[in-house]
Design a protein around this ligand. Structure first.
Ligand SMILES: CC(=O)SCCNC(=O)CCNC(=O)[C@H](O)C(C)(C)COP(=O)(O)OP(=O)(O)OC[C@H]1O[C@@H](n2cnc3c(N)ncnc32)[C@H](O)[C@@H]1OP(=O)(O)O
Length: 475
């Protein structure tokens, strides 16, 4: 989505709501360094981080200067240039099943000073962000959450999980195939360009990943403050394929007590190919003089346990929600991804804030493409999706319905006149959207109601994703 995020004016509803509390909600002009620094200070304080050192502040100025920053100001505090609340947002792509991307609106840096909490400041800012996402033409809004109880009320729901994985070095005997290329140690600074190119390809093949912003790789590679102890401890490895082309990289640190073997810990392993993924894992788990390897923000379907003789060498020590998605434009979101099965499914979506509410007909064909029809108030239909047609094509519909019925092996279903349908809340749609949870699991939880078991079975197959959704960064 090419879009200047600051072109959207300050949200008048949030401005009015906060002004009625004696507060001033406004956009930060990043060229006004004093304001930008005040915002950065409030953001650090809000997340309980130490005051930024100068190198960190320079980095933050660079990254935040490209985002849409809002602050909420209270003229009655001793240092009124530091806002009492912050939020940042920017347009960015979200990878969806089928190797495609959907226009998204990322929201971050949501903080409210403890001196001003529980007065509705976060609510005003979050509702304004949804209106901005809509104005920007985003199909989804998204965030990563400090606490899982904050964002459901705005229609966000967990859409991709992440795991911490530990591997016991002594038991890690490799039985996987050997990769045709080679892994090399490289200086982190030399990886800057290559890592960006690899990351783009790794993001594109993984539903749940978001486009990397300029600067994030500097953070991952320890280049923001290269002289700090933690940056100097970082080691980078790169996988080059049999033709010498870089296809993956990882950065890790070995943390150890004197005279003890250490733990190799990594937060970043990005691979554009399966060979690269396996080769990097292999070097990480086959190190000597380490007790184990710990990878954070890994996928919940990481192949590592299938690459070792002893699968019990691998333990998932933590697994939780990570990416939260809010469907803003259901037709655009549903039309963007590819589906695991052909068929016709009606989705009756409830959305207390209105954005995605309505009855949508999803027509997926055997190649995974889908067309979404939304009834207009005059009874005709609007279409969105792969074909971009606007009339309801009867032939396409009967083909999709028959294909879905045939795949489920039911002749009577093939003849059925009634399309299969699900009733669900916008949050449930967000959770099934990338394939992170099956609709039938949410039906068992009493959250989704299906017109029949056949409808649920079809929904499970349609929303399935070959690769589990995975987001490997915080934002
Ligand atoms: C995407 C991100 O940036 S994630 C980062 C979130 N920020 C943090 O964790 C930093 C520390 N926390 C904070 O700064 C604040 O407590 C915030 C931002 C979470 C909440 O700000 P507040 O202004 O106090 O929230 P506000 O008064 O608008 O509350 C709105 C609703 O959320 C609820 N709520 C607010 N904070 C929390 C919380 N931590 N856990 C559960 N519910 C919460 C309120 O009870 C209220 O509920 P209701 O109106 O539906 O009955």
């Amino acid at each position: 989505m090419s879009f200047e995020p600051r072109s959207i004016p300050v949200d008048p509803d949030a401005q009015a709501a906060l002004s009625s509390k004696g507060l001033d909600y406004r956009l930060i002009d990043p060229s006004d360094l004093a304001s930008l620094d005040g915002w950065i200070d409030a953001d650090h304080r809000g997340f309980h981080h130490a005051r930024p050192r100068e190198v960190t502040r320079d980095y933050e100025r660079r990254v935040m200067g490209e985002r849409r920053l809002h602050g909420v100001f209270d003229s009655g505090v001793p240092d009124p240039i530091v806002p009492v609340a912050t939020v940042s947002s920017w347009p960015t792509g979200l990878s969806v099943p089928g190797g495609r991307s959907v226009d998204g609106w990322a929201v971050s840096s949501v903080t409210v000073s403890p001196t001003h909490r529980r007065r509705g400041i976060a609510r005003a800012m979050m509702e304004a962000e949804l209106r901005a996402a809509k104005q920007a033409g985003a199909a989804v809004a998204m965030l990563t959450a400090t606490e899982a109880t904050i964002y459901g009320r705005y229609g966000y729901a967990p859409a991709a999980r992440a795991a911490t994985i530990e591997i016991d070095r002594r038991r890690a005997r490799w039985i996987g195939p050997s990769a045709p290329g080679r892994v090399h140690f490289v200086e982190p600074a030399s990886l800057r360009e290559t890592a960006a190119a690899i990351s783009r390809r790794a993001v594109a093949r993984t539903p749940g990943e978001i486009d990397r912003w300029s600067g994030i790789l500097d953070r991952m590679l320890g280049l923001v403050d290269p002289e700090s102890d933690s940056s100097r401890a970082l080691r980078a490895i790169r996988y080059d394929d049999e033709h010498g082309q870089p296809q993956g990289f990882a950065a890790f640190r070995v943390t150890r007590e004197p005279n003890e073997p250490g733990w190799a810990e990594f937060d970043v392993l990005a691979a554009a190919t399966d060979d690269a993924e396996r080769a990097l894992w292999r070097v990480l788990v086959e190190q000597d003089f380490v007790t184990g390897v710990r990878g954070r923000l890994r996928s919940v379907d990481e192949p590592i346990e299938w690459l070792l003789e002893d699968p019990r060498a691998v333990r998932v020590t933590e697994e939780s929600d990570h990416l939260w998605v809010r469907i803003v434009d259901a037709a655009a979101a549903l039309g963007a991804r590819r589906y695991g099965a052909a068929g016709e499914l009606v989705l009756d979506i409830a959305d207390p804030l209105g954005y995605a509410a309505g009855r949508y007909t999803l027509l997926a064909s055997a190649d995974g493409r889908a067309v979404v029809h939304v009834p207009r108030s005059d009874g005709s239909t609007d279409g969105a999706g792969a074909s971009g047609t606007s009339a309801a094509p009867k032939r396409e519909r009967s083909r999709a319905r028959a294909a879905g019925a045939e795949a489920s092996g039911s002749r009577s279903a093939a003849r059925a006149a009634e399309p299969r349908s699900l009733k669900l809340d916008v949050r449930d749609l967000a959770s099934i959207y990338l394939g992170g949870v099956r609709p039938s699991v949410l039906a068992r939880a009493g959250r989704i109601t299906a017109s029949s078991n056949g409808a649920l079975d079809l929904a499970d197959r349609m929303f399935a994703s070959t690769r589990a959704p995975h987001l490997s960064i915080w934002f």
